[in-house]
Write a protein that binds this ligand. Structure first.
Ligand SMILES: Cc1ncc(COP(=O)(O)O)c(C=O)c1O
Length: 446
């Protein structure tokens, strides 16, 4: 076979080195298939080399939409991602509000490596004492109001939502749940029941009974909270409607009514937490505290982790009647907790949150009077730019990607472009990113 290749027409690189080697692989794999009867997919992978991952992605990875971004990334560092061709992108959405301190911070990587070398999974959640869990729970609760002193770690945000709804039912003995239109809390069936969009819910009915949806910001909801209500589940800043901030008095009225009727107020800060809005927790800006706080995304510093946090007296209810009222095998994985702990220390010690509001002004400066931006909604380093329709927004998002800028739209606001930069972005980098967005808008709209 070697002889055949050496004397083949592919010996001389006619159209560049890469093509030469691909042709060489093609030739080699033809023989391999013939001799070893290897299957078609195997040879295709060899023929395509790295780019073969694209075919494999579409063939073997379950798809969530017909149009994924489908760029193969090979490296992530700080605010940058790098694709298989060596092209660099600014990650303007922080991997959907995960990389608040940027990607692969060396101290997080070190914490992961150290913990993985010591131990990974040992036993189901809640049995052994695992130092990374204990340390992270201590750090988190030291930055929370006194009533939020007990952490239940999960694998994901959706599981945090599930756990909190179960806790509310268990504590109150009630089953009515109040949620909001255009809210997103996860994709499992309980979380799906409370998300605020019928298009996404309908195909999966029957869902949880006793869930009532209201307009985010409406006074109607305050009257709807009654003695049969177990909980109100609310995003402190609503993410997928395109970054909607609540009115302070409205949120305080909900808090007051919940307290009066012993209804649990569950605040979802899975996107809004970890400094995103300019304070460590978004609820701090509204002078309220929830009964249960939901965290995820940036919580794990790039590793999978979720949590619902409440008062210990309340949490104890999940350990009796029934015993094991909420259990998980991998929740609070020690490597995820070690990563999250390191990430939160970096976020706090690096004083990144203190500069969020100044950087928000840069976003507002660039886009508030832009002729093609119909509306900008922002909450710290988190913004939505509304264009005239989804088609325009989609084209601009694609143009941004061409220019090395990763952004996206919002689930319930597809005409809006999502911005959620890593909090470590410098002012210079932010101006640069805004410049690229403006160039993209000009390309599409002029
Ligand atoms: C506000 C909010 N809550 C909950 C979730 C669910 O988190 P996960 O995807 O980790 O299950 C998400 C995920 O996007 C979210 O944005």
């Amino acid at each position: 076979m070697i002889v055949a290749i050496e004397s083949s027409p592919f010996t001389k690189p006619a159209a560049g080195r890469k093509r030469y080697f691909l042709n060489k692989y093609k030739y080699l794999t033809f023989f391999a298939r013939f001799v070893f009867n290897m299957n078609e997919h195997w040879s295709e992978n060899l023929i395509n080399g790295v780019t073969g991952n694209r075919q494999l992605f579409f063939r073997h990875i379950a798809q969530t939409s017909p149009t994924p971004i489908a760029i193969e990334m090979v490296k992530a560092d700080g605010i940058y991602l790098q694709d298989a061709e060596g092209k660099k992108y600014i990650d303007l959405i922080s991997g959907f509000n995960v990389a608040n301190i940027g990607h692969s911070h060396p101290k997080v990587v070190e914490a992961v490596q150290k913990q993985a070398a010591a131990y990974m999974h040992l036993v189901v959640y809640g049995e052994f004492i695992e130092a990374p869990q204990v340390a992270y729970a201590k750090l988190l609760t030291s930055h929370l109001p006194a009533s939020l002193n007990c952490v239940y770690f999960t694998n994901s945000g959706a599981e945090a939502t599930e756990g909190s709804m179960k806790l509310a039912k268990r504590i109150t003995g009630r089953s009515k749940i109040i949620a909001f239109n255009k809210a997103y809390h996860g994709s499992t069936q309980g979380a799906l029941s409370i998300i605020g969009d019928e298009y996404y819910r309908n195909a999966f009915r029957p869902l949880l009974p006793g869930v009532y949806h209201y307009e985010y910001g409406s006074n109607e909801v305050i009257d709807a909270i009654d003695c049969e209500t177990a909980c109100v589940v609310l995003e402190t800043v609503q993410a997928e409607s395109g970054v909607t901030k609540p009115n302070k008095e409205w949120l305080q009225s909900i808090r007051k009514k919940c307290s009066e009727l012993n209804v649990l107020l569950i605040l979802d800060e899975i996107q809004a937490g970890f400094g995103r809005t300019g304070s460590l927790w978004a609820f701090e800006q509204y002078d309220i505290a929830p009964d249960v706080l939901l965290l995820g995304k940036a919580l794990g510093g790039g590793m999978p982790l979720g949590a619902f946090i409440a008062d210990k007296k309340m949490m104890n209810a999940l350990s009796h009647d029934p015993v094991l009222g909420h259990i998980t095998t991998f929740g609070g994985h020690p490597v995820s907790c070690a990563a999250g702990n390191a990430a939160l220390k970096i976020l706090i010690e690096g004083n990144f949150i203190q500069h969020v509001k100044e950087k928000e002004k840069i976003l507002i400066h660039h886009f508030s009077d832009h002729p093609n931006v119909i509306e900008i909604n922002s909450a710290g380093l988190w913004a939505s730019l509304r264009f005239d329709c989804f088609e325009t927004s989609k084209k601009i998002i694609h143009a941004c990607i061409e220019k090395g800028l990763i952004t996206d739209w919002f689930l319930f606001a597809p005409d809006c472009m999502r911005i959620a930069t890593p909090l470590i972005i410098t002012e210079k980098e932010l101006h640069e990113a805004c410049g690229r967005i403006k160039e993209s808008i000009a390309e599409v709209c002029n």
